[in-house]
Design a protein around this ligand. Structure first.
Ligand code: C5P
Length: 408
């Protein structure tokens, strides 16, 4: 599956560096060539000898190693690869990447490259949640760098939470998705997913039952066909897709901004269950129970309609805009009217009455509504639905020029 692909593996200085030995083995087993670069800190966790033995290659360690410069300069080193993988991507390495530092071999290679980059972050949970790391992550996402993980779980430091590096096989999958040379190679596709949370006050919010499972499946199916996927998700319970660029948001307003920032795109799929309204004046203080039992009342205002905004004619309109219509009655009629009202090209209509088990379940039964009419698909898993949709998108985008090329 990775036959003949060349991966430059930059190993950062974190406890998870030991997993890179297995990652190297798994990549080579699948036919990839692994060229390892070790940071100084990484050498505290794994030895150059073990990395080199498993990679079957010399390990690159020093920016000023003249032999390496004569054999292969740092610029060559980065450009000769199909993909740069940073694992573990420590808080420090991410900060260097986000700010453009180039003071050792790893950071210089990352600055000198025009090759796609995938990072597998790994750090203590507090370091991961620190606003600086989250800022850096957003900067890296905007630069087109994709991330796999981190996962939630027990950490070497004894704490629990997000920060564990993705497992080697998850990283292999993300690498394969990023390198997939399918019919959607060169296409940038936006996917919105999950619910939004609309705050009532700092501790309460209004949400909905969307799990984000269909959105995750669509993002992975598109990535598997070679698309560069920008995945913008609300606080979904579903796992995040691998091999895509992820932006996490909470509210509809944040989602609308993240979508606008991710344009231009060749296609957009709005699978998110965006709240229609937000609470006006959701302030900084918790609403208190009143001794007299007076009930609070909430005032709502309409949220931006992301799908309608994306569908409006203009230079940034994706060539294909797809929405979902989750309905409980007159599904086809409502969804058909919705397609016209929102101005999108296709609508995937689904019946979300609780007895269908669609919301939060693993299966879906959708009807594709386009200008040509309604095409009911059989009930199948969300993964199968996603693959069928991705194949249709690939057909549709077929011979069109890439939106991202047009503006360059
Ligand atoms: O209007 P309704 O919520 O039924 O429409 C569903 C479709 O519109 C979905 O594709 C959803 O992602 C999108 N939508 C949106 N922004 C909103 C509301 C819905 O993108 N504010």
């Amino acid at each position: 599956m990775l036959n003949g692909r060349k991966i430059l593996l930059i190993i950062g200085g974190g406890i998870a560096a030991y997993k890179c030995l297995e990652l190297t083995r798994e990549l080579r087993k699948r036919g990839a060539e692994v060229v390892p670069v070790l940071t100084r800190a990484a050498e505290e966790f794994v030895t150059p000898l073990s990395v080199s033995a498993l990679a079957g290659q010399k390990v690159f360690r020093d920016l000023f190693d003249l032999t390496d410069e004569a054999e292969m300069g740092h610029i060559e080193l980065s450009r000769a690869a199909d993909l740069l993988v940073v694992a573990p991507a420590t808080a420090d390495l991410m900060a260097k990447m986000a700010h453009g530092h180039a003071n050792d071999l790893a950071s210089t290679v990352l600055m000198a490259t025009d090759t796609p980059v995938l990072i597998a972050p790994s750090m203590n949970v507090r370091m991961w949640q620190h606003p600086a790391t989250q800022r850096n992550l957003a900067t890296l996402a905007a630069d087109g760098i994709t991330a796999v993980g981190p996962n939630e779980g027990d950490m070497a430091c004894g704490e629990y939470g997000p920060g564990r590096m993705a497992e080697p096989l998850e990283i292999v999958e993300a690498i394969a998705a990023r390198l997939a040379a399918g019919p959607l190679a060169g296409k940038r596709i936006l996917v919105t997913s999950g619910p939004t949370h609309e705050p009532i006050d700092p501790v309460r919010y209004i949400a909905n039952r969307s799990s984000g499972a269909q959105g995750t499946a669509i993002a992975e199916a598109l990535a598997a066909l070679g698309a560069e996927v920008r995945f913008i998700t609300g606080p979904a319970t579903a796992r995040r897709p691998v091999g895509v660029t992820i932006t996490e948001v909470e509210t509809a307003a944040e989602m609308a901004k993240a979508v606008a920032d991710a344009l231009p795109a060749d296609a957009a799929i709005c699978a998110a269950a965006v709240a229609d309204w937000h609470v006006v004046g959701a302030g900084a203080s918790k609403i208190k129970k009143d001794a007299k039992g007076t009930l609070p009342s909430l005032t709502f205002a309409e949220n931006p309609d992301i799908l309608a905004t994306l569908s409006a004619p203009g230079p940034n309109r994706p060539d294909l805009v797809i929405g979902f219509a989750a309905e409980t009655d007159d599904v086809i009629a409502h969804a058909t009217a919705k397609r016209t009202r929102k101005g999108c090209d296709w609508i995937l209509a689904n019946d979300v009455r609780p007895e269908t088990g669609v919301m939060g379940g693993t299966e879906n039964a959708v009807t594709l509504i386009s200008a040509e009419g309604a095409d009911p698909w059989p009930r199948m898993t969300k993964t199968q639905t996603a693959r069928k949709l991705a194949a249709l998108i690939a057909d549709q985008l077929g011979q069109q020029t890439n939106k991202t090329d047009k503006i360059q």
